[in-house]
Design a protein around this ligand. Structure first.
Ligand SMILES: Cc1cc2nc3c(=O)[nH]c(=O)nc-3n(C[C@H](O)[C@H](O)[C@H](O)COP(=O)(O)OP(=O)(O)OC[C@H]3O[C@@H](n4cnc5c(N)ncnc54)[C@H](O)[C@@H]3O)c2cc1C
Length: 468
């Protein structure tokens, strides 16, 4: 510990939801110097909606952010407190509700910009550095430090680096390229770039008043709905205390899953292109698309192949940089919050110091890797079944049952229990491993080598098996 009480320093690369939440969580623990390096000129999110489950809200409360979030949350209505979505078969003239998905606490929705703002309010003053685009890092084993290089030619050092730089993470790219080189194994390169799901998404938030004018009793004015059809689905839900509606409209070509996205082969994004995917769908869908959605921006839905590791020594992948998932369980940002809850509790433990930091990072990886893989896999399957391309086909009763099974983890697993078990593992390793001898620095082999007990190459194959 330094004279001013500093235990160690953490550099967070990227100030999105995951990076900001981690910084806010770490700030609650004394002695941790925190710096966020963000590539853009300010904290910023896109103009779309976002939903979270009760488990995420509970963690935000535990991270001391309740006050900021309560003001901007749109909770389920009191008479439907556990509602997530009503599912409708909508690719027909008269749609039908075929499943009501409920879970404890239901779904709470936000405007994305407000969500990020609430996280930023919890940051310590002066920790954010803007227009700092990280281009590479170096681990100095002899000093136990990581240096970071930025595009503007400047550098920074920290005792550990947490990569929150999103799905296109530069740090993940470097980490996996180095691994490929070290093992002369090109299979690690498959984790460098995200892959395309074969799906495109139009996203927008529009005023509820617009919808009310067109259709005064439209079901989306009060409740979230998922409109499902063959090869396409739409979700729409009230946000900003019901004054606006968040809309995401997906269309898919699963034969393209895993291929490179060739923009030139796609139709130009337009209102006409958007509407063309829902021709013949029920009136409620037409009302939204025709009269309210305008000409929203379009995104390609990308994800990562589940990575075999998230940590190398003093560098950890985090949030979407580690486990970007398809969005069909509304959980990507929630997983980032869970990462932040886990890592801030581990690093905040008084037993963690500059020397044994790598063990805390391994404890984070050990806890989060299987959890996040499970969600990535389930989310991908939800994408299929919402569009009647999964095992249940268009057997609506089975689709409903499958939704319940795939999303069960949301209420049956407990982040607090995961933290307790990660803390206990970390302390056990701290007492076993000779992490700092005074002459020799920490070596991962000394705390158990392949701690996860599986081999990265098999994991890669496993992922492809899910595809079949
Ligand atoms: C269509 C869609 C709908 C979704 N809906 C939901 C939902 O309802 N609920 C939910 O929980 N999740 C949802 N998600 C997922 C969620 O949006 C992401 O998981 C989440 O935003 C990821 O946050 P992040 O901070 O990890 O990454 P990002 O949001 O990508 O943030 C990364 C940050 O790092 C910065 N950065 C990038 N590179 C560098 C660099 N080299 N140096 C410095 N800074 C850098 C970026 O500027 C950015 O600020 C959805 C995703 C999609 C695509």
């Amino acid at each position: 510990m330094t004279e001013d009480g500093q235990r160690f320093s953490i550099a967070i690369i990227g100030g999105g939801i995951a990076g900001a939440c981690l910084a806010g969580g770490l700030a609650r623990h004394p002695g941790i110097k925190i710096d966020i390096y963000e590539a853009t000129e300010a904290f910023a999110e896109i103009g779309a909606g976002i939903s979270v489950w009760k488990r995420t809200l509970d963690l935000l409360k535990k991270l001391g952010m309740e006050e900021h979030f309560m003001k901007i949350s749109t909770f389920p209505k009191k008479d439907a407190a556990n509602l997530a979505f009503h599912f409708r078969k909508s690719d027909q003239e008269h749609g039908q509700t075929f499943h009501t998905w409920e879970l404890e606490g239901g779904m709470t929705t936000f405007h994305r910009a407000q969500f990020l703002d609430a996280l930023v309010k919890a940051l310590p003053a002066g920790c954010a550095h803007f227009e700092k685009k990280c281009v590479s890092y170096n681990q100095d084993q002899s000093q136990g430090l990581v240096s970071i290089q930025f595009e503007d030619g400047t550098t920074a050092v920290a005792d550990a680096v947490i990569a929150c730089d999103g799905i296109g993470s530069v740090i993940r790219g470097q980490m996996y390229r180095e691994e490929a080189k070290k093992h002369s194994d090109d299979s690690f390169l498959e984790y460098v770039h995200p892959i395309w799901s074969g799906r495109l998404a139009y996203r927008v938030v529009f005023p509820s008043a617009k919808l009310k004018e067109v259709s005064p009793s439209h079901r989306n004015l009060t409740t979230p709905h998922m409109y499902c059809g063959k090869n396409a689905h739409i979700l729409a839900y009230p946000v900003i205390q019901g004054t606006a509606i968040g809309l995401v409209a997906y269309n898919s070509d699963f034969t393209k899953e895993g291929t490179s996205l060739v923009k030139a082969d796609l139709p130009i994004p337009s209102r006409e292109d958007l509407k063309s995917h829902y021709a013949g769908w029920e009136q409620d869908v037409q009302d939204i698309l025709e009269k309210c959605a305008g000409s929203p921006p379009r995104w390609a839905v990308l994800s990562l192949k589940p990575l075999p590791f998230y940590v190398r020594d003093r560098v950890a992948l985090f949030g979407d940089a580690a486990h970007a998932t398809t969005p069909h369980q509304g959980s990507g940002a929630g997983l980032g919050v869970e990462d932040a809850f886990m890592l801030s509790r581990l690093l905040g433990d008084p037993s963690v110091n500059k020397q044994n930091l790598p063990i805390a990072l391994l404890a984070y990886e050990r806890a989060r890797l299987p959890r996040t893989h499970h969600v990535m896999k389930g989310s991908r399957q939800c994408g299929f079944i919402f569009e009647f391309n999964g095992a249940p086909g268009d057997n609506l009763e089975l689709v409903g049952r499958e939704i319940e099974v795939l999303t069960e983890w949301i209420t049956t697993t407990d982040p607090e229990e995961d933290v307790a078990s990660a803390l206990s593992w970390m302390k056990e390793q701290q007492s076993l491993a000779k992490v700092w001898t005074g002459t020799k620095f920490y070596d991962q082999q000394e705390v158990g080598g392949n701690i996860l007990g599986f081999d990265p190459i098999t994991m890669g194959l496993g992922w492809w098996l899910w595809l079949l």
